[in-house]
Design a protein around this ligand. Sequence first.
Ligand code: HEM
Length: 434
Amino acid sequence: MRPSTALLSLEQTPPLSVPLRFFLTAPLFGIAAALLALWLGPEAMGSRWQPGVLAFTHLLTLGFLAMVMFGAMFQLLPVLVGVQLRRPVPTSAAIHLLLSGGTLLLVAAFLSDHNAWFIAAAVVLALALGLFIIVIGHALWQARSTHETVCAMKLAVVALAATLVLGLLLVLANIGSDLAPLRALIDVHLAWGLPGWAGLLLVGVAYQVVPMFQITAEYAPRLRRWFAWAVLLLLIAWSLAFLHLPALAWLPGSGLAAAFVLFAVVTLRLQHKRLRRLPDVTVDFWYLGLACLLLAAGLWLLHQFAPQLIRAQWFHLWWGVLVLIGGAGAVISGMLYKIVPFLIWLHLNNRMQQAGLWQGDIPTMRQVISERSARRHLYLHGAATVLLLAGVAWPTLVFYPALLLLAAAYALQLWNLLGALRIYRAVVQQAVTP
Ligand code: HEM
């Protein structure tokens, strides 16, 4: 399958190593998260405030989600938005190294509760995220494209900057007892990191990749114009209310939940009416992800308006599993199964063209990663999500199988992505051997 690429500036694509180093590292952090939880056991993972849960959360938010999203932005900015990044190879390599190291340091800090680890993690993560925000933010503000994706990406970068500043304040709260009141910022940090940075970026990228790769109609221009701004304003209103007028926080909070419900419903409708009716594992990853996001929004509303119906401790863990693993994790994995085969195809095509060779032997996207192996990953990911949700209520029965499945799902994802790289290398090798 070859997607419609009419709107892309394909000649600007950065070297394959730039996005791939991020995409191949992300599943390793997923595996590390599952193994860490298995090692700590269910007693250490039963409440959102336990160090093990905080370490697990950041292995997934920074190590998996941000890792893939950083790689995707290095790739998409030149191609979708048409801006050239200066020296993308060393810049992306430095950011990748800092993000990987900083995430591991933060995990060590949560688990050891030593100030030195917290300070080291804060410095390295500030460098990683700060450098990314400067490089990508500068490129975005230079962009001449007026597409709504650019606007959503800009606001996502603003949300990432807010998440970083709040994360740094939380580190200060953890190392200095005088600053303990700053811990009230945890939920604000969470909101700017998940619905803010991750949500806005996913929505902005979806405007382009859902119609292009899933052969659907376009998102309505009106929705594209207001959505990202509405999320940003609601986040600001919610943060102010949460900190200063908690009795009113439900209002902007419900607005945020409604915005993401609307996005999920519109996307499901577009996918339902798509022109190409062939089975497509990416669409199924999206179905899983959007269903989990809808459940997370419903759960949040239930917790707001009928908190007596649900144990607070279970609510936080369910919400985390639905958003991080079942929701954003599935959607991002689905996107990778299109973006990576497309990049392999594109780079092979470019290399053949440059060498003046015939391009007819280049594998198609579906040959680069087969539908069957991607689908096995989908089933493992879906089963892990369901078992993790059950494990919140019945940890002694389900905890270990759920996390083993999660580790297996990330391991299979890594295997599939490495398989794509193997095919790339084999084709290049074949082309250069006389
Ligand atoms: C995109 C990036 C990030 C996301 C999505 C994110 C997400 C989260 C979430 C969901 C929580 C709450 C966890 C829970 O309720 O169990 C949290 C807490 C926390 N995060 Fe982050 N985070 C991000 C980046 C960072 C960074 C860069 C730092 C440090 C520089 C950081 C430091 C912290 C700290 C210290 C806590 C609170 C720990 C405590 O005192 O209990 N986070 N984060």
